[in-house]
Ligand binder design. Sequence first.
Ligand code: NAD
Length: 492
Amino acid sequence: MKQVVLPKAPIEVANLVGGEHVAAKGGVREVVSPYTGEVIGRVGLSTVEDVGRAVAAAKDAAKRWRAVPIKERTQALFRYRELLLAHLEELGNLAAIESGKTVDEGAAGVMKGVEVIEFALSLQNLDDGAVLEVSRGVTCEVRREPMGVVVGITPFNFPAMVPLWLYPIAIACGNAFVLKPSEKVPLTSHRVGQLMTEAGFPPGVFTVVNGDRVAVEALIDHPDVSVVTFVGSTAVARAVYRRATGNDKRALCLGGAKNHLVVVPDADPEVTIDGVLRSFTGCAGQRCMAGSLLVAVGDVEPILDGIVERASQMVLGRDMGAIIDRPSLDRLVAAIGRAKDDGVRIRLDGRSPEVPDGFAGGHWLGATILDGAKPGMECAQHELFGPVLTIVRVPTLEAALALQSESPYGNAQTVFTTSGAVARFVADRSEAGMIGINVGVPVPREPFAFGGTKQSRFGQGDITGRPALELWTQTKKITSKWQLQSDSNWMS
Ligand code: NAD
């Protein structure tokens, strides 16, 4: 496990507009490291006018970029992939110090992005259109064309990876992309902007607009923006989706989650203990694919004991990172207290953890396990977004599936079992969008697409993989007759 390296002085972050760094005029926000509570950066917040200037530069770039053949567009993406790999450790560290991840988790996010880039690079070799002689001497042709200026609004918990789900494919498809990163984690995007410029993308093809709600709403309302993508909490995802579609824009907005890990008595103990542990403690539970509800079907006590035992050995700063900010830590501590008041047994209490040396000012919560919760309780129903595992006991597999069915969320559901029949039963009946069979974090690899169901996703389609082509392009159908015969029938 690598140690985080904090900057000697706060990093100053400006917008990237038309290839230049431009200061935003809506005030400055301090970037605080979850590891220490210290200020590690300062980011300018964009006004409506700042957003207007950025979109104008992107619009200008989009006009030229769409005319560049895809094989040329992807040349810069090849170079960018090399730059990401060359700067892997630096970017992993940046993502860690601003979001609270471990350095390895930060680097893993970049590597997932590299995989998305590799998918985007493959687009240049796909024959994605079709030409057919539909009548004698008459051909129909379908072409994919870019949408123009497209936007990605992203959350704090994956400063590198979530933006990387979006801009490589969008840009390969010929769009100009405007990124609005979370104002809590602008440092990684700032560096990424420099690397995109170094890779040789023309000015304005990749834009970074920093800011908060003001910037988000200005982007959604801007008439020259054609696609809005959003990843974040469900309440904001819903609001952004409604506002964007109300403005006649195409929108895909991913929200929060409460992912269920179903454990049945025939589960392999080691695979299950390891899978559950990684799922609820990875990224300190601050990820939309965290398995935060363990649904114990029947008697699985030895496995539960094993999870508690292994979780109690986790070392903060080595095995698990920190919580994004003080209000989030306070919210988590309060939720654990309310679960106790509701009669839930705290089998592992992370509220007074051993803090790593030199990081006393950080926001730390140890792994926490709440047992005997009832469906409908806050800890069983709501996304807490921290390293907290809630255990609910049910008598049958049907009851386990009913819990998922009643959940407002639908990102992921996993079953731990050695029975093919049980695995198939869950995969067939679950209402979640991503199913794991003995896989605690069932994130699909490219070209399979990432996307949940219910209130974990607003809009059509998935955000990566082949479905992303539908998101970032529109089709044009061209019907031509070049053998200029005059005879015609209803088909010509
Ligand atoms: P958030 O909703 O608070 O913020 C996300 C983005 O929205 C940020 O860029 C922020 O500036 C902006 N924003 C915040 N409030 C806004 C408002 N009122 N109006 C307009 N814009 C606003 O989310 P977060 O706390 O940064 O991220 C954590 C959440 O993201 C969790 O719920 C997590 O499950 C979810 N998430 C989902 C996925 C997924 O793929 N479904 C992936 C990662 C994170």
